[in-house]
Design a protein around this ligand. Structure first.
Ligand SMILES: [Zn+2]
Length: 293
């Protein structure tokens, strides 16, 4: 009896220590009500669906050989994404490929858990691979928060222009660095009974740091990477555009829960051009301000 109790006690202490260690280890710097609120999933166009939270955009692309999931929100978003996928009538376990637009905790928070649960192959922009395996620790800006998401290792490293294939689907990865070293966008075609749509899931190049670009020793090429990305993003041809955050492409103006299927709602090249040129202005102003300091 004594032995049993002692063993039990030791095990309980060990368990609580490991839970405490795990809880301390992952430190999501900030979450907002819009990031955590649930959102009714919907069909965007053809075999492309929105399965994210109110603002953290996650996308499901179904294929003849299983599904592709792009972005996984915060750590706590896992059950919301799973529910959303199932609400649409698909199986969570059919997720075969995992992708992300950037290695920040609000887009890869549940990545390790979803990878483990589904056994899917994670493919990431090669330049974000190291930050992913460090759980955000080595990020040039958010690294000072420590581990902001559960570390996760990719099975395939992607480079600009690489193709991701699954069943009848092909996605092109576009390297759009700056926001993170390996931020990227995806370009692909989806079909419904009527027609096909060229879709861009864009990682908008917002600036995360208040530091002078030249002071960021952990990312020496940051200024030229942003300049490259603004230029590259101006020349993409697409029918529909989406982004990493719902607010970046004004999703809530374009779609309300329960709305009928309407891919044309996301046909908004002017909105894309405006969003991109606004960010480009912010970048230009930052470069000027950096020079004055
Ligand atoms: Zn970010």
């Amino acid at each position: 009896m004594f032995r049993y109790s002692l063993l039990n006690f030791v095990l309980t202490v060990m368990l609580s220590i490991s839970i405490t260690v795990n809880a301390q280890k992952i430190n999501e710097p900030r979450t907002t009500a819009e990031w955590t609120a649930t959102y009714q999933p919907f069909r965007i166009a053809g075999n492309l669906y929105y399965v994210g939270t109110y603002d953290l955009a996650c996308y499901l692309i179904t294929t003849t050989k299983g599904n592709i999931l792009i972005n996984t929100g915060l750590a706590a978003s896992e059950s919301q994404i799973k529910n959303n996928i199932e609400t649409l009538g698909f199986k969570f376990s059919d997720t075969k490929i995992l992708l992300t637009t950037q290695a920040h905790y609000d887009h890869v928070g549940a990545m390790a858990a979803i990878k483990q649960r589904t056994g899917a192959n994670l493919m990431v922009d090669a330049k974000d691979a190291e930050v992913l395996t460090s759980g955000g620790n080595s990020d040039y800006e958010l690294g000072h928060y420590g581990t902001s998401f559960k570390p996760v290792k990719a099975g395939r490293l992607l480079h600009d222009g690489d193709t991701i294939r699954l069943g009848d689907m092909q996605l092109i990865m576009l390297h759009h660095p700056g926001h993170t070293k390996g931020s990227c966008s995806f370009l692909f075609t989806v079909k419904d009974g009527q027609r096909s749509y060229r879709v861009l899931i864009a990682n908008m190049p917002t600036i995360v740091t208040d530091k002078k670009f030249t002071d960021i020793t952990a990312y020496p090429g940051i200024a030229s990477d942003y300049a490259y990305t603004f230029n590259a993003m101006k020349n993409i041809k697409f029918d529909l555009w989406l982004a990493s955050h719902a607010n970046q492409f004004k999703m809530h103006d374009k779609h309300k829960p329960g709305d009928a299927y309407n891919p044309a709602a996301f046909n908004d090249k002017p909105g894309y051009d405006t969003a991109l040129s606004d960010l480009n202005k912010q970048y230009d102003e930052k470069i000027k301000k950096d020079r004055r300091q």
